[in-house]
Design a protein around this ligand. Structure first.
Ligand code: PHE
Ligand code: NA
Length: 466
């Protein structure tokens, strides 16, 4: 029956969108970055602001991207251009998507390095290097890894090649289908880790750290939490917009993106809940920074039954989750260039991956040879773009992370919600979401037009006044 077939297609495709978007969203941002940022920014206040940012800003931006993508049916830049022309608006709106694709490349440059750490940990776990390890020794092991630029570059190279390879071979859908099995397994292992955390006797310390609200810590955490809300949902880049282009007309956008947002949030909170009790039990420092997960997890896996096997599986899953995210960072740029020059897709992919790879070397070195090289230094003798051995300032990794998460993602997201709310406007939003209830439509429009943009603006202003 023809009718049945149409329904089946709609379901299949909506499912693929959820897989692609969840594959993009769930990654190192949840398991690596969220816990370490929560540690650095002091816990509960950061988590609460982060949750607000997800609900009031991140989700509206995801809605905007999906709408624009599905309406435009092209790569992000071209979709924005076409829709702007159609609505009689300036094609300059499309610059946001250009910035987004550059942002995706910048993120990939360091993401690949960190994913490389997970690859290295798969091997170390497998060798049993962490059996019975203490927190201190786990810290030393991580220190030894990051002190070795050659090793880091090798794993960074492998991961970057894996990313480019999937894109050139067009097996993205295959990877996403694999994730349908992997994601639940990842979640299951997080639950096992949670179980271990409970046995450490410090579980409540972890809960308190994550959920105790201390108003004194709000100011410092505002922009980091906003930036991380974008990062973790993969919005502000155009990745979700690129996937939106393949979404069937009749698929319910609202329910779909809420699923993605919830899954992402649940994984992040589970990771935080699993990690912090171990941090406190092992006497580690919550504000240790990017090494947090790589120091705590060996302690957990090194001290539980079947820990060696579970540790290997866990880091394989982390690498896979990172893989499906990294593909979505590169895809908007690849789509853009191959839109303009037909037949160049494979060459563009390798070229762009090469650029990211070179930038990634900067991140590798910022953990060793360039540890003392600081950018954006404001010191006693004024401002310096860069300086060696300065107090304060940002390492190369910090700099790229800062430019992307704190500046480019929120700005890109701001333009996307404004475009959806004001340029596409009421009728298009109503049509795309098939909203019959005017109250609900008005509510969403207020979110897109006012709440989300204002939220971003307020955080930026608060940061400048800090
Ligand atoms: N959301 C991904 C994560 O949490 C990272 C990402 C950012 C992916 C931007 C795509 C675009 O790991
Ligand atoms: Na995420």
């Amino acid at each position: 029956m023809a009718g049945d077939k149409a329904v089946a297609q709609v379901w299949a495709s909506r499912w693929i969108f959820i897989l692609a978007a969840t594959g993009s969203a769930v990654g190192l941002g949840n398991i690596w970055k969220f816990p370490y940022m929560t540690g650095v920014y002091g816990g509960g206040a950061f988590v609460l602001i982060y949750l607000f940012c997800i609900a009031l800003v991140g989700m509206p931006v995801m809605l905007a991207e999906t709408l624009i993508g599905r309406r435009g049916r092209h790569s992000p830049v071209v979709s924005l251009q076409n829709l702007a022309v159609e609505r009689g608006a300036s094609v300059r709106w499309a610059w946001a998507a250009v910035m987004g694709l550059i942002c995706g490349l910048l993120i990939l440059s360091f993401y690949s390095v960190v994913a490389g750490w997970s690859l290295s940990y798969i091997i170390d776990m497998g060798k049993g290097s962490f059996t019975g390890i203490s927190g201190e020794d786990a810290g030393a092991a991580f220190g030894a890894l990051t002190a070795d630029p050659v090793k880091l570059i090798i794993f960074h190279t492998i991961f970057m090649a894996m990313t480019a390879w999937v894109i050139t071979r067009g097996v993205v859908a295959g990877l996403e289908r694999a994730l349908r099995l992997m994601m639940p397994l990842l979640f299951l292992l997080l639950v096992v880790l949670l179980g271990y955390s409970v046995t450490t006797g410090h579980f409540m310390d972890g809960v308190r750290f994550l959920f105790h609200f201390d108003p004194a810590q709000v100011k410092d955490g505002l922009l980091p939490a906003l930036g991380h809300a974008f990062f973790t949902l993969s919005v502000g880049v155009g990745s979700i917009m690129a996937f939106g282009a393949y979404m069937p007309r009749r698929a319910p956008i609202g329910a779909t993106i809420i699923t993605v947002g919830l899954l992402d949030t649940v994984v992040a909170l589970a990771a935080g809940l699993a990690l912090f009790p171990i941090v406190f039990a092992a006497g580690l420092e919550p504000g240790a920074g990017p090494g947090l997960m790589f120091v705590t997890l060996p302690v957990a896996f090194g001290n539980i039954a079947f820990g060696q096997v579970m540790g290997v599986v866990f880091f394989v899953l982390v690498a896979l989750a990172a893989w499906s995210s990294s593909i979505s960072m590169l895809e908007p740029a690849v789509a853009y260039f191959s839109d303009r020059h037909a037949g160049g897709r494979v060459r563009f992919t390798w070229l762009l991956a090469l650029i990211c790879w070179v930038l990634g070397i900067g991140t590798v070195l910022s953990f060793n040879e360039w540890a003392e090289l600081k950018f954006f230094v404001t010191g006693a003798d004024g401002f310096a773009l860069w300086a060696w051995g300065a107090e304060g300032g940002k390492t190369f990794f910090d700099l790229v992370d800062y430019l992307t998460s704190r500046i480019m993602l929120p700005l890109g997201g701001l333009v996307f919600v404004l475009f959806a709310g004001w340029v596409l406007g009421r009728e298009v939003v109503r049509e795309e979401l098939e909203l019959k209830n005017p109250l609900f439509l008005n509510l969403l429009l207020v979110l897109l037009r006012v709440v989300a943009p204002l939220g971003i603006a307020v955080v930026f202003v608060a940061e400048l006044l800090k």
